[in-house]
Write a protein that binds this ligand. Structure first.
Ligand code: BG6
Length: 476
């Protein structure tokens, strides 16, 4: 097919594999709509939903309308309707070779009749990981991943986590992907990297000269990174039971938060430079030489085994706590305690940096104990913000010290600015070709390399059962 270049802004086709799944419903379709409302999607756009359900186009449109109900950004109903009409539906099984021929025909029809121009193509794999290989293979055979030619009409792929199941499977996926795409076309998702409050971490670290001199083992005592959830596994039991908390959020979200805290300043702001520094940290993680029981703890909430989709007698962890060290000059000897669990008493993600107490206490020894320390907390969610704990002399005749806080809250300070959801940011960046907030193959492999021995050793160690609605087993 020869399609002439006509317009300077190339049209774009987004293909969502698994468009009727939970991720698409909760995150992707709303994020695309929010981007459209913000004027951040290409004017010439079609979104092809690929799913197994035998739906007519009318039924598919009813589904999109339902997903978007109550979400209009103050726009007319016609704005929503215009957006709904940008969707096309491709009913198919993920491993059905014929389906990719039909997808190809649909893509060509859109390019020829609607755009009259070759389009950029973004493929989003919002499907369980066991479908990845089949989809990659069929996409390869279909020729759908071949860019239009020249600098026009790129093809990119967005792959959800978990990327592989261990080092070997991650490498295998990379090998398959490598046959289809170059590294700069592959966008491996860790949606935590795209959370606004986490993106701010590097900006905060590297634009405040005040903190750089104390951002090291001489001044930092310990760092706690917590991702606590009140939700239980819910409807995701069958998927979750096969992976557990450490693979679900540890291998990715928590280790990424750690790498942002521990990485060295990148030599420039390019995606490659930033990803290289993150990977460097992940490669030098270790357990401090202690026996596993002293640096890695796992738990399961009571009642987990009765949840839908969970295997009888399952020993899958729903909670973990790791005491991790980074073998680099800056952080040697500083413990990073990473904890995460489901079914806990509160939902919060934060990073708390505890500084060592001062060497010399200016207070009268008899009157106060000099154990006061500064603490810098990054609240990733909810109530996104930053808080610095410091000490003052209690006003008045007393010589006691009193704890005070300097704080920044997104809600209070940036009311006029809507904080984009992580998925909006990821989609916008993938469309723009910016890989900064996506994980590189080096990062993914280093993270698997670190957690796999822990998982293997856990097979022989006890699983602590904790009650739902509590703080889980005591962290390390
Ligand atoms: C996902 C995990 O990657 O992250 C889920 O698969 C977890 O189990 C979720 O609940 C947490 O993300 P967020 O953005 O809700 O904090």
């Amino acid at each position: 097919m020869v399609i002439k270049k006509k317009d300077a802004t190339p049209p774009t086709i987004i293909v969502i594999f698994g468009v009727t799944g939970d991720l698409s419903r909760r995150k992707l379709i709303p994020a695309l709509f929010d981007l459209e409302a913000a004027g951040m999607l290409p004017a010439k756009l079609r979104i092809i939903g690929f799913s197994r359900r035998t739906w007519s186009k009318a039924e598919f449109y009813a589904y999109i309308r339902e997903v978007l109900s109550g979400r209009n950004h103050g726009r007319e109903a016609s704005f929503v309707e215009k957006f709904v009409k940008k969707f096309e539906y491709c009913q198919a099984f993920f491993d059905e070779a014929q389906a990719y021929r039909r997808l190809g025909e649909l893509v060509v029809r859109i390019e020829k009749s609607t755009f009259k121009q070759c389009a950029n193509k973004l493929y989003y794999l919002a499907v369980p990981p066991h479908f990845y290989e089949g989809i990659f293979r069929e996409l390869a055979l279909s020729g759908l991943t071949i860019p239009c030619g020249g600098n026009e009409g790129w093809a990119r792929i967005l792959v959800e986590k978990p990327f592989g199941n261990d080092v070997r499977t991650a490498k295998k996926l990379d090998l398959l992907l490598g046959m289809l795409f170059k590294e700069e076309q592959i966008f491996r998702i860790d949606h935590y990297l795209a959370k606004e409050a986490l993106q701010n971490l590097l900006a905060f670290r590297f634009s405040n000269a005040l903190f750089e001199p104390v951002w090291n083992h001489e001044h930092i005592d310990s760092i706690a990174i917590t991702l606590a959830e009140t939700d239980t596994v819910g409807t995701r039991g069958a998927f979750y039971d096969g992976i557990g908390a450490l693979k679900d959020v540890g291998q990715n979200h928590l280790l990424q938060m750690l790498s942002l805290i521990a990485m060295e300043p990148p030599k420039d702001a390019r995606a490659d430079s930033i990803r290289r520094e993150r990977a460097r940290v992940l490669r030098v993680l270790h357990g401090g030489g202690s026996p596993l029981s002293q640096y890695a703890l796992r738990g399961q909430y009571e009642g987990y085994q009765e949840e839908k989709g969970i295997a009888a007698g399952s020993t899958t962890e729903t909670f973990f706590s790791l005491k991790v060290f980074v073998r680099n000059k800056r952080f040697r000897g500083v413990p990073f305690v990473l904890s995460s669990g489901k079914g806990l008493s509160e939902a919060r993600t934060d990073i708390v940096i505890s500084f060592k107490p001062p060497h010399h206490c200016p207070c009268r020894a008899k009157q106060v104990k000099c154990t006061h320390e500064n603490r810098l907390s990054f609240r990733i969610q909810p109530n996104e913000g930053i808080e610095l704990r410091f000490w003052i002399k209690k006003p008045g005749f007393s010589n006691e010290l009193e704890e005070k806080h300097l704080s920044f809250s997104y809600a209070a300070s940036v009311q006029a600015v809507r904080l984009p959801d992580a998925y909006e940011r990821l989609l916008a960046d993938a469309l723009a070709g910016d890989q900064t907030l996506f994980t590189s193959t080096e990062e993914v492999q280093a993270a698997w390399r670190f957690i796999m021995p822990i998982l293997a050793a856990w097979q022989q160690s006890p699983l602590v059962v904790y009650k739902k609605g509590t703080q889980g087993p005591a962290s390390l």
